[in-house]
Write a protein that binds this ligand. Structure first.
Ligand code: M6R
Length: 604
Protein backbone atom coordinates (compact mmCIF):
# COMPACT_ATOMS: atom_id res chain seq x y z
CA UNK A 1 0.00 0.00 0.00
CA UNK A 2 1.49 3.21 -1.19
CA UNK A 3 0.68 6.68 -2.48
CA UNK A 4 1.36 7.83 -6.02
CA UNK A 5 1.32 11.30 -7.58
CA UNK A 6 1.94 12.77 -11.01
CA UNK A 7 2.18 16.23 -12.56
CA UNK A 8 2.14 17.55 -16.13
CA UNK A 9 1.96 21.28 -16.73
CA UNK A 10 3.67 24.56 -17.37
CA UNK A 11 5.03 24.91 -13.85
CA UNK A 12 7.69 22.94 -12.01
CA UNK A 13 6.60 19.39 -11.23
CA UNK A 14 8.56 18.91 -8.02
CA UNK A 15 6.62 21.24 -5.68
CA UNK A 16 3.37 19.43 -6.47
CA UNK A 17 4.96 16.00 -6.26
CA UNK A 18 6.37 16.70 -2.80
CA UNK A 19 3.27 18.41 -1.45
CA UNK A 20 1.11 15.59 -2.83
CA UNK A 21 3.33 12.92 -1.33
CA UNK A 22 3.24 14.69 2.01
CA UNK A 23 -0.57 14.40 1.98
CA UNK A 24 -0.38 10.76 1.00
CA UNK A 25 2.15 9.72 3.62
CA UNK A 26 -0.68 8.18 5.62
CA UNK A 27 -0.72 5.45 2.97
CA UNK A 28 2.83 4.43 3.70
CA UNK A 29 6.10 6.07 4.60
CA UNK A 30 9.02 3.65 4.51
CA UNK A 31 10.66 5.03 1.36
CA UNK A 32 9.94 7.61 -1.30
CA UNK A 33 11.04 8.75 -4.74
CA UNK A 34 10.35 10.95 -7.76
CA UNK A 35 11.17 10.92 -11.46
CA UNK A 36 11.19 14.28 -13.26
CA UNK A 37 11.60 14.89 -16.99
CA UNK A 38 13.67 17.80 -18.24
CA UNK A 39 15.25 18.54 -21.55
CA UNK A 40 15.56 15.03 -22.93
CA UNK A 41 16.50 13.47 -19.60
CA UNK A 42 14.70 11.74 -16.79
CA UNK A 43 16.15 12.34 -13.33
CA UNK A 44 15.35 9.76 -10.67
CA UNK A 45 15.74 10.55 -6.96
CA UNK A 46 14.82 7.98 -4.30
CA UNK A 47 15.58 7.16 -0.69
CA UNK A 48 14.75 4.71 2.03
CA UNK A 49 13.01 6.37 4.97
CA UNK A 50 10.51 9.13 5.20
CA UNK A 51 9.78 11.94 2.80
CA UNK A 52 12.10 14.30 4.71
CA UNK A 53 15.02 12.17 3.56
CA UNK A 54 13.94 12.53 -0.07
CA UNK A 55 13.49 16.28 0.38
CA UNK A 56 17.01 16.58 1.80
CA UNK A 57 18.39 14.67 -1.16
CA UNK A 58 16.51 16.91 -3.58
CA UNK A 59 17.93 20.02 -1.92
CA UNK A 60 21.42 18.69 -2.66
CA UNK A 61 20.49 17.55 -6.19
CA UNK A 62 17.53 19.61 -7.39
CA UNK A 63 15.31 18.19 -10.12
CA UNK A 64 13.86 20.78 -12.46
CA UNK A 65 11.19 19.84 -14.99
CA UNK A 66 7.52 20.19 -15.80
CA UNK A 67 6.53 16.52 -15.91
CA UNK A 68 7.03 14.04 -13.08
CA UNK A 69 5.77 11.18 -10.96
CA UNK A 70 6.30 10.40 -7.27
CA UNK A 71 5.73 7.68 -4.74
CA UNK A 72 5.58 7.07 -1.01
CA UNK A 73 5.91 3.39 -0.15
CA UNK A 74 4.73 0.82 2.37
CA UNK A 75 6.68 -2.28 1.57
CA UNK A 76 4.93 -5.46 0.39
CA UNK A 77 7.48 -7.11 -1.91
CA UNK A 78 11.05 -6.36 -0.98
CA UNK A 79 12.44 -4.54 2.01
CA UNK A 80 12.14 -0.76 2.34
CA UNK A 81 15.50 0.03 0.72
CA UNK A 82 16.55 2.63 -1.81
CA UNK A 83 16.75 -0.04 -4.56
CA UNK A 84 13.17 -1.08 -3.87
CA UNK A 85 11.87 2.49 -3.61
CA UNK A 86 9.81 3.69 -6.60
CA UNK A 87 9.95 4.92 -9.33
CA UNK A 88 11.27 1.83 -11.07
CA UNK A 89 12.53 1.81 -14.63
CA UNK A 90 12.79 -0.43 -17.67
CA UNK A 91 16.11 -1.88 -18.87
CA UNK A 92 17.26 1.29 -20.62
CA UNK A 93 16.08 3.71 -17.95
CA UNK A 94 13.80 5.45 -20.44
CA UNK A 95 10.52 4.50 -18.79
CA UNK A 96 9.68 5.09 -15.12
CA UNK A 97 6.71 3.79 -13.16
CA UNK A 98 5.14 4.25 -9.73
CA UNK A 99 2.66 1.74 -8.44
CA UNK A 100 0.27 1.11 -5.55
CA UNK A 101 -1.07 -2.43 -5.13
CA UNK A 102 0.23 -5.94 -5.64
CA UNK A 103 0.99 -7.75 -8.89
CA UNK A 104 0.06 -11.26 -7.80
CA UNK A 105 1.64 -13.03 -10.80
CA UNK A 106 4.84 -11.00 -10.65
CA UNK A 107 7.10 -14.01 -10.00
CA UNK A 108 5.91 -15.77 -13.13
CA UNK A 109 6.12 -12.56 -15.21
CA UNK A 110 9.58 -11.82 -13.85
CA UNK A 111 10.79 -15.28 -14.84
CA UNK A 112 9.45 -14.89 -18.34
CA UNK A 113 10.82 -11.36 -18.79
CA UNK A 114 14.22 -12.29 -17.34
CA UNK A 115 14.42 -15.24 -19.72
CA UNK A 116 13.71 -12.79 -22.55
CA UNK A 117 16.73 -10.72 -21.47
CA UNK A 118 15.18 -8.06 -19.23
CA UNK A 119 17.40 -7.00 -16.35
CA UNK A 120 15.76 -6.50 -12.96
CA UNK A 121 17.30 -4.20 -10.36
CA UNK A 122 14.87 -4.50 -7.44
CA UNK A 123 12.98 -7.14 -5.49
CA UNK A 124 9.63 -5.46 -6.13
CA UNK A 125 6.59 -6.69 -7.99
CA UNK A 126 6.31 -3.19 -9.48
CA UNK A 127 9.38 -3.54 -11.67
CA UNK A 128 7.64 -6.10 -13.88
CA UNK A 129 5.28 -3.30 -14.96
CA UNK A 130 8.20 -1.35 -16.44
CA UNK A 131 9.56 -4.33 -18.36
CA UNK A 132 6.15 -5.44 -19.56
CA UNK A 133 5.40 -1.97 -20.92
CA UNK A 134 8.89 -1.79 -22.41
CA UNK A 135 8.21 -5.07 -24.21
CA UNK A 136 4.78 -3.96 -25.40
CA UNK A 137 5.86 -0.50 -26.60
CA UNK A 138 5.44 0.15 -30.32
CA UNK A 139 5.28 3.94 -30.47
CA UNK A 140 2.23 4.54 -28.24
CA UNK A 141 2.69 4.48 -24.48
CA UNK A 142 -1.03 4.25 -23.64
CA UNK A 143 -1.45 1.32 -26.04
CA UNK A 144 1.58 -0.39 -24.46
CA UNK A 145 0.12 0.06 -20.95
CA UNK A 146 -3.21 -1.39 -22.12
CA UNK A 147 -1.43 -4.35 -23.72
CA UNK A 148 0.69 -4.95 -20.61
CA UNK A 149 -2.41 -4.85 -18.42
CA UNK A 150 -3.77 -7.95 -20.16
CA UNK A 151 -1.02 -9.97 -18.53
CA UNK A 152 -1.44 -8.63 -15.02
CA UNK A 153 -3.18 -10.36 -12.15
CA UNK A 154 -3.60 -8.31 -8.99
CA UNK A 155 -4.28 -4.77 -7.95
CA UNK A 156 -2.62 -1.69 -9.30
CA UNK A 157 -2.84 2.02 -9.65
CA UNK A 158 0.20 2.95 -11.69
CA UNK A 159 1.58 5.96 -13.51
CA UNK A 160 4.18 5.89 -16.28
CA UNK A 161 6.57 8.52 -17.61
CA UNK A 162 8.50 7.77 -20.81
CA UNK A 163 11.33 9.61 -22.53
CA UNK A 164 9.76 8.58 -25.82
CA UNK A 165 6.59 10.60 -25.02
CA UNK A 166 7.77 13.00 -22.35
CA UNK A 167 4.91 15.51 -22.27
CA UNK A 168 2.30 13.15 -20.96
CA UNK A 169 1.74 10.66 -18.18
CA UNK A 170 -0.16 7.44 -18.67
CA UNK A 171 -2.00 5.95 -15.71
CA UNK A 172 -4.07 2.83 -15.15
CA UNK A 173 -6.07 1.41 -12.28
CA UNK A 174 -7.35 -1.96 -11.19
CA UNK A 175 -8.58 -2.42 -7.62
CA UNK A 176 -6.45 0.45 -6.26
CA UNK A 177 -7.63 4.04 -6.08
CA UNK A 178 -6.50 6.74 -8.51
CA UNK A 179 -7.78 10.24 -9.23
CA UNK A 180 -6.92 12.70 -11.97
CA UNK A 181 -7.00 16.33 -10.79
CA UNK A 182 -7.96 18.89 -13.41
CA UNK A 183 -6.15 22.23 -13.26
CA UNK A 184 -5.61 25.23 -15.55
CA UNK A 185 -2.81 24.39 -17.95
CA UNK A 186 -1.71 21.61 -15.62
CA UNK A 187 -3.15 18.29 -14.50
CA UNK A 188 -2.39 15.93 -11.67
CA UNK A 189 -2.54 12.30 -10.66
CA UNK A 190 -2.90 11.05 -7.10
CA UNK A 191 -3.96 8.04 -5.07
CA UNK A 192 -6.33 10.14 -3.04
CA UNK A 193 -8.08 13.47 -3.11
CA UNK A 194 -6.22 15.35 -0.30
CA UNK A 195 -3.09 15.25 -2.46
CA UNK A 196 -4.63 17.47 -5.12
CA UNK A 197 -6.81 19.72 -2.97
CA UNK A 198 -4.31 22.57 -2.71
CA UNK A 199 -4.39 22.81 -6.53
CA UNK A 200 -7.88 21.88 -7.62
CA UNK A 201 -11.24 20.56 -6.51
CA UNK A 202 -12.15 19.14 -9.91
CA UNK A 203 -11.30 15.50 -10.33
CA UNK A 204 -11.96 12.44 -12.44
CA UNK A 205 -12.07 9.25 -10.39
CA UNK A 206 -10.67 6.47 -12.54
CA UNK A 207 -12.62 3.23 -12.63
CA UNK A 208 -11.10 -0.22 -12.81
CA UNK A 209 -9.62 -1.13 -16.20
CA UNK A 210 -9.43 2.50 -17.32
CA UNK A 211 -6.34 4.17 -18.73
CA UNK A 212 -5.78 7.91 -18.49
CA UNK A 213 -3.47 9.94 -20.70
CA UNK A 214 -2.70 13.12 -18.80
CA UNK A 215 -1.21 16.11 -20.63
CA UNK A 216 -0.87 19.78 -19.62
CA UNK A 217 -3.74 20.75 -21.88
CA UNK A 218 -6.10 17.85 -21.35
CA UNK A 219 -6.95 14.40 -20.12
CA UNK A 220 -8.24 11.44 -22.10
CA UNK A 221 -9.64 8.28 -20.52
CA UNK A 222 -10.05 5.05 -22.43
CA UNK A 223 -11.07 1.52 -21.60
CA UNK A 224 -8.67 -1.39 -22.08
CA UNK A 225 -9.69 -1.71 -25.71
CA UNK A 226 -8.67 1.91 -26.31
CA UNK A 227 -12.22 3.24 -26.69
CA UNK A 228 -12.38 6.87 -25.53
CA UNK A 229 -14.76 7.38 -22.58
CA UNK A 230 -16.54 10.57 -21.56
CA UNK A 231 -14.92 12.35 -18.57
CA UNK A 232 -17.07 12.23 -15.43
CA UNK A 233 -15.85 15.30 -13.57
CA UNK A 234 -16.40 15.21 -9.82
CA UNK A 235 -16.49 18.41 -7.74
CA UNK A 236 -14.70 17.59 -4.48
CA UNK A 237 -16.80 18.78 -1.54
CA UNK A 238 -13.82 19.06 0.89
CA UNK A 239 -11.52 22.05 1.01
CA UNK A 240 -7.86 21.94 1.87
CA UNK A 241 -8.35 23.31 5.37
CA UNK A 242 -10.52 20.29 6.10
CA UNK A 243 -7.66 18.06 5.06
CA UNK A 244 -5.03 19.80 7.19
CA UNK A 245 -4.29 19.92 10.91
CA UNK A 246 -6.24 23.07 11.72
CA UNK A 247 -3.43 24.47 13.84
CA UNK A 248 -3.19 21.48 16.19
CA UNK A 249 0.00 19.46 16.73
CA UNK A 250 -1.37 16.27 15.19
CA UNK A 251 -4.06 15.11 12.83
CA UNK A 252 -5.27 12.68 15.46
CA UNK A 253 -6.03 15.40 18.00
CA UNK A 254 -7.70 17.49 15.34
CA UNK A 255 -9.82 14.54 14.30
CA UNK A 256 -10.76 13.68 17.90
CA UNK A 257 -11.89 17.26 18.44
CA UNK A 258 -13.88 17.32 15.21
CA UNK A 259 -16.24 14.65 16.47
CA UNK A 260 -19.12 16.89 17.59
CA UNK A 261 -19.15 18.57 14.17
CA UNK A 262 -18.88 15.42 12.09
CA UNK A 263 -21.49 13.64 14.19
CA UNK A 264 -23.83 16.54 13.41
CA UNK A 265 -22.97 16.15 9.72
CA UNK A 266 -23.60 12.43 9.81
CA UNK A 267 -27.02 12.92 11.38
CA UNK A 268 -28.00 15.79 9.08
CA UNK A 269 -31.15 15.02 7.08
CA UNK A 270 -31.45 11.56 8.58
CA UNK A 271 -33.76 12.42 11.47
CA UNK A 272 -37.15 13.95 10.83
CA UNK A 273 -39.01 14.65 14.04
CA UNK A 274 -39.24 11.29 15.77
CA UNK A 275 -38.28 9.11 12.83
CA UNK A 276 -35.02 8.01 11.26
CA UNK A 277 -35.10 8.59 7.51
CA UNK A 278 -32.61 6.64 5.44
CA UNK A 279 -33.99 7.16 1.96
CA UNK A 280 -30.75 5.71 0.55
CA UNK A 281 -31.86 2.26 1.68
CA UNK A 282 -35.25 2.01 0.00
CA UNK A 283 -36.23 -0.67 -1.01
CA UNK A 284 -33.09 -2.58 -0.01
CA UNK A 285 -34.29 -3.42 3.49
CA UNK A 286 -37.64 -4.92 2.49
CA UNK A 287 -37.44 -8.67 3.05
CA UNK A 288 -34.15 -8.56 4.98
CA UNK A 289 -34.18 -11.25 7.66
CA UNK A 290 -30.56 -11.15 8.75
CA UNK A 291 -27.49 -8.91 8.43
CA UNK A 292 -23.93 -10.05 7.90
CA UNK A 293 -21.37 -7.35 8.70
CA UNK A 294 -17.82 -7.47 7.34
CA UNK A 295 -15.04 -5.06 8.33
CA UNK A 296 -11.48 -4.78 9.64
CA UNK A 297 -9.85 -3.16 12.67
CA UNK A 298 -11.77 -0.27 14.09
CA UNK A 299 -14.53 -0.68 11.52
CA UNK A 300 -14.96 -4.26 12.79
CA UNK A 301 -15.43 -2.88 16.29
CA UNK A 302 -18.11 -0.57 14.90
CA UNK A 303 -19.68 -3.74 13.50
CA UNK A 304 -19.65 -5.34 16.97
CA UNK A 305 -21.55 -2.36 18.37
CA UNK A 306 -23.88 -2.47 15.35
CA UNK A 307 -24.66 -6.13 16.02
CA UNK A 308 -25.75 -5.46 19.58
CA UNK A 309 -27.81 -2.43 18.60
CA UNK A 310 -29.56 -4.06 15.64
CA UNK A 311 -30.25 -7.29 17.52
CA UNK A 312 -31.32 -5.42 20.64
CA UNK A 313 -33.49 -2.75 19.05
CA UNK A 314 -34.66 -4.26 15.75
CA UNK A 315 -34.61 -7.94 16.78
CA UNK A 316 -32.86 -9.00 13.58
CA UNK A 317 -30.00 -11.51 13.84
CA UNK A 318 -26.60 -10.09 12.92
CA UNK A 319 -23.29 -11.81 12.29
CA UNK A 320 -20.02 -9.90 12.25
CA UNK A 321 -16.93 -11.22 10.49
CA UNK A 322 -13.44 -9.91 10.03
CA UNK A 323 -13.38 -9.27 6.30
CA UNK A 324 -10.15 -11.24 6.06
CA UNK A 325 -11.86 -14.33 7.52
CA UNK A 326 -15.23 -14.08 5.81
CA UNK A 327 -14.22 -15.46 2.43
CA UNK A 328 -12.23 -18.35 3.74
CA UNK A 329 -14.59 -19.80 6.30
CA UNK A 330 -17.39 -20.62 3.86
CA UNK A 331 -20.07 -18.78 5.86
CA UNK A 332 -23.69 -19.85 5.66
CA UNK A 333 -25.40 -17.04 3.76
CA UNK A 334 -29.11 -17.64 3.77
CA UNK A 335 -31.53 -15.90 1.39
CA UNK A 336 -32.77 -12.69 2.97
CA UNK A 337 -29.30 -11.81 4.32
CA UNK A 338 -27.98 -8.31 3.70
CA UNK A 339 -24.19 -7.95 3.60
CA UNK A 340 -23.04 -4.70 5.21
CA UNK A 341 -19.41 -3.75 4.56
CA UNK A 342 -18.00 -1.11 6.91
CA UNK A 343 -14.86 0.75 5.92
CA UNK A 344 -13.61 4.27 6.51
CA UNK A 345 -11.48 4.35 3.39
CA UNK A 346 -13.66 2.16 1.22
CA UNK A 347 -10.41 0.78 -0.16
CA UNK A 348 -9.47 -1.92 2.36
CA UNK A 349 -8.64 -4.91 0.18
CA UNK A 350 -10.01 -7.50 2.61
CA UNK A 351 -13.33 -5.70 2.91
CA UNK A 352 -13.63 -5.25 -0.85
CA UNK A 353 -12.94 -8.95 -1.32
CA UNK A 354 -15.60 -9.83 1.27
CA UNK A 355 -18.13 -7.57 -0.43
CA UNK A 356 -17.36 -9.16 -3.80
CA UNK A 357 -17.74 -12.63 -2.34
CA UNK A 358 -21.13 -11.68 -0.86
CA UNK A 359 -22.20 -10.30 -4.23
CA UNK A 360 -20.97 -13.41 -5.98
CA UNK A 361 -23.21 -15.44 -3.68
CA UNK A 362 -26.16 -13.24 -4.64
CA UNK A 363 -26.48 -11.19 -1.45
CA UNK A 364 -27.68 -7.60 -1.60
CA UNK A 365 -24.96 -5.25 -0.32
CA UNK A 366 -24.77 -2.08 1.69
CA UNK A 367 -21.58 -0.09 2.31
CA UNK A 368 -20.95 2.15 5.28
CA UNK A 369 -18.01 4.26 4.19
CA UNK A 370 -16.48 7.67 4.64
CA UNK A 371 -14.98 8.12 1.21
CA UNK A 372 -17.27 9.14 -1.57
CA UNK A 373 -16.01 7.73 -4.83
CA UNK A 374 -14.06 4.93 -3.13
CA UNK A 375 -14.19 1.46 -4.62
CA UNK A 376 -16.54 0.20 -1.90
CA UNK A 377 -18.79 3.19 -2.45
CA UNK A 378 -19.05 2.34 -6.12
CA UNK A 379 -19.37 -1.41 -5.83
CA UNK A 380 -22.01 -1.77 -3.12
CA UNK A 381 -25.65 -1.70 -4.16
CA UNK A 382 -26.44 0.97 -1.57
CA UNK A 383 -24.28 3.24 0.58
CA UNK A 384 -24.57 5.09 3.85
CA UNK A 385 -21.81 7.72 4.03
CA UNK A 386 -20.35 8.57 7.40
CA UNK A 387 -19.49 12.18 6.48
CA UNK A 388 -16.50 12.41 8.82
CA UNK A 389 -14.40 14.25 6.22
CA UNK A 390 -10.82 13.18 5.46
CA UNK A 391 -9.26 11.16 8.25
CA UNK A 392 -5.50 11.40 7.98
CA UNK A 393 -4.16 9.99 11.28
CA UNK A 394 -3.64 6.25 11.00
CA UNK A 395 -5.64 5.68 14.18
CA UNK A 396 -9.30 5.93 13.36
CA UNK A 397 -11.28 8.26 15.65
CA UNK A 398 -13.95 10.39 14.04
CA UNK A 399 -14.53 7.74 11.38
CA UNK A 400 -15.30 5.27 14.19
CA UNK A 401 -17.79 7.43 16.07
CA UNK A 402 -19.55 8.37 12.83
CA UNK A 403 -19.69 4.65 11.93
CA UNK A 404 -21.33 4.09 15.32
CA UNK A 405 -23.78 6.91 14.60
CA UNK A 406 -24.71 5.25 11.29
CA UNK A 407 -25.08 1.87 13.02
CA UNK A 408 -27.41 3.46 15.57
CA UNK A 409 -29.45 5.13 12.84
CA UNK A 410 -29.67 1.84 10.98
CA UNK A 411 -30.77 -0.03 14.11
CA UNK A 412 -33.43 2.56 14.92
CA UNK A 413 -34.61 2.72 11.31
CA UNK A 414 -35.04 -1.05 11.26
CA UNK A 415 -36.70 -1.01 14.67
CA UNK A 416 -39.20 1.62 13.55
CA UNK A 417 -39.89 -0.18 10.27
CA UNK A 418 -40.41 -3.50 12.06
CA UNK A 419 -42.24 -2.12 15.07
CA UNK A 420 -39.94 -3.93 17.48
CA UNK A 421 -39.78 -1.10 20.00
CA UNK A 422 -42.64 0.66 21.74
CA UNK A 423 -43.25 3.75 19.59
CA UNK A 424 -42.60 6.16 22.47
CA UNK A 425 -39.27 4.52 23.34
CA UNK A 426 -38.14 4.59 19.71
CA UNK A 427 -39.18 8.21 19.36
CA UNK A 428 -37.33 9.13 22.54
CA UNK A 429 -34.13 7.46 21.30
CA UNK A 430 -34.38 9.15 17.92
CA UNK A 431 -34.91 12.55 19.53
CA UNK A 432 -31.96 12.02 21.84
CA UNK A 433 -29.65 11.38 18.89
CA UNK A 434 -30.00 15.04 18.00
CA UNK A 435 -28.20 15.84 21.28
CA UNK A 436 -25.22 13.62 20.47
CA UNK A 437 -22.99 16.43 19.12
CA UNK A 438 -23.45 18.57 22.22
CA UNK A 439 -22.85 15.57 24.52
CA UNK A 440 -19.68 14.83 22.56
CA UNK A 441 -18.62 18.44 23.15
CA UNK A 442 -19.06 17.95 26.87
CA UNK A 443 -16.97 14.76 26.78
CA UNK A 444 -14.19 16.71 25.09
CA UNK A 445 -14.30 19.22 27.94
CA UNK A 446 -13.06 16.36 30.13
CA UNK A 447 -9.87 15.88 28.10
CA UNK A 448 -7.58 16.60 31.05
CA UNK A 449 -8.94 13.67 33.09
CA UNK A 450 -8.30 11.33 30.16
CA UNK A 451 -4.87 12.88 29.59
CA UNK A 452 -3.93 12.14 33.20
CA UNK A 453 -4.94 8.51 32.80
CA UNK A 454 -3.01 8.31 29.53
CA UNK A 455 0.14 9.65 31.17
CA UNK A 456 -0.19 7.07 33.96
CA UNK A 457 -0.71 4.21 31.50
CA UNK A 458 2.33 5.37 29.52
CA UNK A 459 4.56 3.92 32.22
CA UNK A 460 3.05 0.42 32.01
CA UNK A 461 3.78 -2.54 29.79
CA UNK A 462 0.33 -4.16 29.87
CA UNK A 463 -3.12 -2.65 30.17
CA UNK A 464 -6.47 -4.43 30.33
CA UNK A 465 -9.85 -3.11 29.21
CA UNK A 466 -13.03 -4.67 30.56
CA UNK A 467 -16.72 -4.13 29.91
CA UNK A 468 -20.01 -5.94 29.45
CA UNK A 469 -22.44 -5.80 26.52
CA UNK A 470 -21.86 -2.68 24.43
CA UNK A 471 -18.99 -1.85 26.75
CA UNK A 472 -17.20 -5.02 25.73
CA UNK A 473 -17.30 -3.90 22.09
CA UNK A 474 -16.08 -0.49 23.25
CA UNK A 475 -13.28 -2.12 25.26
CA UNK A 476 -12.11 -3.81 22.04
CA UNK A 477 -11.76 -0.43 20.39
CA UNK A 478 -10.07 1.08 23.47
CA UNK A 479 -7.36 -1.56 23.53
CA UNK A 480 -6.72 -1.29 19.77
CA UNK A 481 -6.36 2.48 19.99
CA UNK A 482 -3.88 2.23 22.86
CA UNK A 483 -1.73 -0.50 21.34
CA UNK A 484 -1.57 0.90 17.82
CA UNK A 485 -0.27 4.35 18.73
CA UNK A 486 1.53 3.89 22.06
CA UNK A 487 2.87 0.33 21.49
CA UNK A 488 1.69 -0.66 24.97
CA UNK A 489 0.38 -4.21 25.08
CA UNK A 490 -3.37 -4.02 25.68
CA UNK A 491 -6.17 -6.61 25.81
CA UNK A 492 -9.93 -6.36 26.05
CA UNK A 493 -12.09 -8.84 27.92
CA UNK A 494 -15.77 -9.31 28.52
CA UNK A 495 -15.68 -8.46 32.22
CA UNK A 496 -17.49 -11.67 33.20
CA UNK A 497 -14.75 -13.71 31.51
CA UNK A 498 -11.97 -12.38 33.71
CA UNK A 499 -12.46 -15.10 36.30
CA UNK A 500 -12.13 -17.77 33.62
CA UNK A 501 -8.44 -17.09 33.06
CA UNK A 502 -7.23 -13.54 32.54
CA UNK A 503 -7.56 -12.75 36.25
CA UNK A 504 -4.32 -14.69 36.67
CA UNK A 505 -2.55 -11.74 35.03
CA UNK A 506 -3.73 -9.22 37.60
CA UNK A 507 -1.22 -8.36 40.29
CA UNK A 508 -0.22 -5.32 42.30
CA UNK A 509 -0.37 -2.14 40.17
CA UNK A 510 -1.66 -3.66 36.90
CA UNK A 511 -3.90 -1.04 35.24
CA UNK A 512 -7.42 -2.01 34.20
CA UNK A 513 -9.68 0.38 32.30
CA UNK A 514 -13.23 -0.49 33.34
CA UNK A 515 -16.05 0.66 31.10
CA UNK A 516 -19.38 1.20 32.83
CA UNK A 517 -21.55 3.15 30.42
CA UNK A 518 -24.46 0.67 30.50
CA UNK A 519 -26.70 1.24 33.56
CA UNK A 520 -28.25 -2.26 33.43
CA UNK A 521 -24.86 -3.92 33.69
CA UNK A 522 -23.13 -1.53 36.08
CA UNK A 523 -23.85 -3.65 39.15
CA UNK A 524 -22.35 -6.76 37.57
CA UNK A 525 -19.36 -4.81 36.33
CA UNK A 526 -18.77 -3.45 39.82
CA UNK A 527 -18.37 -7.04 41.05
CA UNK A 528 -15.73 -7.71 38.38
CA UNK A 529 -13.94 -4.52 39.36
CA UNK A 530 -13.90 -5.74 42.96
CA UNK A 531 -12.23 -8.95 41.79
CA UNK A 532 -9.48 -6.89 40.14
CA UNK A 533 -9.03 -4.60 43.13
CA UNK A 534 -8.75 -7.54 45.48
CA UNK A 535 -5.66 -8.63 43.52
CA UNK A 536 -4.03 -5.21 43.59
CA UNK A 537 -5.12 -4.02 40.14
CA UNK A 538 -5.64 -0.28 39.62
CA UNK A 539 -8.95 0.83 38.14
CA UNK A 540 -9.42 3.64 35.62
CA UNK A 541 -13.13 3.91 35.01
CA UNK A 542 -15.31 5.39 32.30
CA UNK A 543 -18.74 5.92 33.84
CA UNK A 544 -21.95 7.89 33.48
CA UNK A 545 -22.44 11.04 35.50
CA UNK A 546 -24.59 10.28 38.52
CA UNK A 547 -23.54 6.63 38.69
CA UNK A 548 -21.39 6.56 41.78
CA UNK A 549 -21.03 2.77 42.04
CA UNK A 550 -17.94 2.47 39.93
CA UNK A 551 -16.50 5.89 40.74
CA UNK A 552 -16.28 4.80 44.38
CA UNK A 553 -14.21 1.75 43.43
CA UNK A 554 -11.95 3.43 40.87
CA UNK A 555 -8.56 5.07 41.29
CA UNK A 556 -9.67 7.60 38.71
CA UNK A 557 -12.90 8.13 36.78
CA UNK A 558 -13.65 9.73 33.44
CA UNK A 559 -17.26 10.86 33.47
CA UNK A 560 -19.67 10.91 30.54
CA UNK A 561 -23.05 12.64 30.20
CA UNK A 562 -25.86 10.22 31.04
CA UNK A 563 -27.24 9.66 27.54
CA UNK A 564 -29.50 6.70 26.66
CA UNK A 565 -27.57 3.40 26.80
CA UNK A 566 -27.48 2.71 23.00
CA UNK A 567 -25.73 6.06 22.45
CA UNK A 568 -23.08 5.57 25.13
CA UNK A 569 -20.52 3.75 22.94
CA UNK A 570 -20.20 6.91 20.83
CA UNK A 571 -19.49 9.06 23.88
CA UNK A 572 -17.39 6.39 25.60
CA UNK A 573 -15.06 6.13 22.62
CA UNK A 574 -13.85 9.69 23.04
CA UNK A 575 -12.06 9.37 26.42
CA UNK A 576 -10.50 6.12 25.21
CA UNK A 577 -9.10 7.90 22.16
CA UNK A 578 -7.75 10.65 24.40
CA UNK A 579 -6.21 8.17 26.83
CA UNK A 580 -4.39 6.47 23.96
CA UNK A 581 -3.36 9.80 22.47
CA UNK A 582 -1.83 11.14 25.68
CA UNK A 583 -0.16 7.83 26.51
CA UNK A 584 1.47 7.85 23.06
CA UNK A 585 2.55 11.49 23.39
CA UNK A 586 4.05 10.76 26.81
CA UNK A 587 6.05 7.92 25.30
CA UNK A 588 7.29 10.13 22.47
CA UNK A 589 5.56 8.11 19.75
CA UNK A 590 4.70 9.45 16.33
CA UNK A 591 0.98 9.61 17.00
CA UNK A 592 -0.21 10.17 13.44
CA UNK A 593 2.05 7.59 11.84
CA UNK A 594 2.53 4.60 14.11
CA UNK A 595 5.27 2.20 13.17
CA UNK A 596 4.45 -0.70 10.81
CA UNK A 597 0.97 0.61 10.03
CA UNK A 598 -0.64 2.47 7.19
CA UNK A 599 -3.94 4.28 6.97
CA UNK A 600 -5.45 2.38 4.15
CA UNK A 601 -4.62 -1.29 3.81
CA UNK A 602 -5.10 -1.95 0.11
CA UNK A 603 -3.39 -5.35 0.12
CA UNK A 604 -4.77 -8.60 1.46
O1 M6R B 1 -10.52 2.03 5.99
P1 M6R B 1 -11.04 0.91 6.85
O2 M6R B 1 -12.07 1.37 7.81
O3 M6R B 1 -11.53 -0.25 6.05
O4 M6R B 1 -9.79 0.42 7.67
C1 M6R B 1 -9.89 -0.69 8.52
C2 M6R B 1 -8.72 -0.80 9.46
O5 M6R B 1 -7.52 -0.92 8.74
C3 M6R B 1 -8.62 0.43 10.37
O6 M6R B 1 -9.80 0.64 11.08
C4 M6R B 1 -7.44 0.26 11.36
O7 M6R B 1 -7.72 -0.76 12.25
C5 M6R B 1 -7.19 1.58 12.09
N1 M6R B 1 -5.79 1.87 12.11
C6 M6R B 1 -7.62 1.57 13.50
O8 M6R B 1 -7.40 2.79 14.13
Amino acid sequence: MCGIVGYVGRGEALPFLLEGLRRLEYRGYDSAGVAVYHDGEMRLTKTAGRLEALERKLVEHPSAGTVGIGHTRWATHGRPTEENAHPHTDCRGTLAAVHNGIIENFAELRRRLSAAGHVFRSETDTEVLCHLVEEAYAGDLAAAVRRAARELVGSYAAAFLSLAEPHRLVAIRQDSPLVVGLGEGENYLASDIPAILARTRRAVILEDRQVAVVRADGVEVTDLEGRVLGLQVFQVPWDLAQAEKGGLPTFMLKEIREQPRVLRETLRGRIEGERVVLGELEPLLAGVRKLHLVACGTAYHAGLVGKQLIEGLARLPVEVDYSSEFRYRNPILEPGTLCVAVSQSGETADTLAALREARRQGLPTLAVTNVVGSTLDREAARVLHTRAGPEIAVASTKAYTTQLAVMTLLALHLAQARGTLPAAQAAELVRSMVDLPSWADRVLDGEEAAAQVGRVLAAHRDVFFIGRGLDHALAMEGQLKLKEISYIHAEAYAAGELKHGPLALIEEGVPVVALATQPDLAEKLASNVQEVRARGGRIYAVAREGDERLANLADQTMLLPAAPAPLMPILGAIPLQLVAYHAALQRGCDVDKPRNLAKSVTVE
